[in-house]
Ligand binder design. Structure first.
Ligand SMILES: NC(=O)c1ccc[n+]([C@@H]2O[C@H](COP(=O)([O-])OP(=O)(O)OC[C@H]3O[C@@H](n4cnc5c(N)ncnc54)[C@H](OP(=O)(O)O)[C@@H]3O)[C@@H](O)[C@H]2O)c1
Length: 302
């Protein structure tokens, strides 16, 4: 009789945009024993092992890791409200900086590997796009807290991979709207929208990030990897591409500059992430933008 040893994977933030898609992907995998956890009482995805964990409470983190004893931990949780991070500094720091430090400490104790998700907001956006060797210099509190999270993981010396990404969108079905869904919904409702034309990055289809996570695990990679979209473009042009694909009224899209928005948090302008390392080391291959829209249209009836 052959015995099958399953990989035990624990996801933090399983109700988030990325977390939902990861959960759905691993739920179908017979070789994985999955445990999910997020901030809500219940899992958005049905029929999974799930426990509510508040990442601000280190005892809850420790007890779930020690109870489930995972081989791999994926931290898809974060305090992602960029402007609110300027006001709720303590909470942003607890979730984005302290929690990854705790998770990596407990992961190290049981020799589990941590896959952690970070952001291009660790950079200042003065001369992007950035590769993995570029020196971070965040310009807002969200970016500072995410960089501190990366550093805490490195300091704890657990086996880890940090995947940096930017502007996530895709077919997550629950929770907040991503940028693409917001543009489609606003223009369908006949609303006018003002979109910045001076913020450049490479928007990332969530399932491409899921693909990157799967490959990092499969090829047992460690260190920092950029896992992001195929094309670099400013947000106004990205919006025009959305409107074009979904047959929406482009005249309702007004180009503006970031300074006109008067946001609490400063934004990196010339940003984005070069994905050559992920492409060459583990064959990461992001989809064309219009192909991702096609997949969203089909899955969400957009
Ligand atoms: N979205 C983007 O455009 C983007 C860009 C670059 C990098 N990233 C990074 O990618 C990762 C995934 O982002 P995402 O867009 O999927 O984020 P998301 O949808 O905001 O999901 C984050 C999850 O973390 C949970 N969380 C927050 N505070 C928590 C706490 N105290 N205890 C337990 N869970 C808590 C959230 O729960 P609640 O919803 O209940 O708060 C949510 O389910 C994050 O590391 C983010 O920094 C995202």
């Amino acid at each position: 009789m052959t015995s099958i040893i399953k990989n035990r994977i624990l996801i933090f933030g399983s109700n988030g945009m990325l977390g939902q898609r990861l959960t759905e992907r691993y739920q179908k995998d017979d070789n994985i024993e999955l445990y999910c956890s997020s901030f809500e009482e219940e899992s958005f995805i049905q029929n999974v092992n799930y426990k509510k964990v508040d990442l601000a409470d280190k005892k809850q983190i420790k007890s779930l890791i020690n109870e489930f004893y995972p081989d791999i931990i994926i931290n898809a949780a974060a305090y992602t409200a960029v402007d609110k991070s300027e006001e709720e500094k303590e909470l942003a720091w607890a979730i984005n900086a302290d929690a990854p430090g705790k998770i990596s400490k407990y992961a190290n104790a049981i020799d589990a590997k941590l896959i952690h998700i970070s952001t291009d907001y660790v950079f200042d956006g003065s001369n992007g796009p950035y590769d993995e060797k570029e020196v971070p210099n965040p310009v807002n509190y969200y970016g500072r807290s995410k960089l501190a999270g990366e550093n805490a993981i490195k300091a704890n010396l657990c086996k880890h991979a940090i995947l940096r990404t930017n502007v996530l969108y895709g077919p997550a079905k629950y929770g907040k709207m991503d940028f693409v869904k917001w543009v489609v919904s606003s223009l369908r409702d006949g609303k006018s929208i003002r979109i910045v034309e001076d913020q450049i990055n490479n928007p990332t289809y969530i399932d491409d990030l899921v693909q990157g996570i799967l490959k990092v695990i499969e090829f047992e990679k460690e260190g920092i990897y950029n896992v992001s979209g195929k094309e670099f473009l400013d947000r106004y042009n990205f919006t025009l591409r959305i409107a074009e694909f979904f047959n929406l009224d482009k005249s309702k899209i007004e180009p503006i500059t970031t300074s006109e928005l008067n946001q609490l948090a400063k934004r990196p302008l010339k940003s984005g992430l070069i994905t050559l390392k992920a492409e060459t080391e583990f064959g990461f291959k992001p989809l064309q933008i219009e192909d991702t829209f096609q997949l969203m249209k089909k899955e969400l009836n957009l």
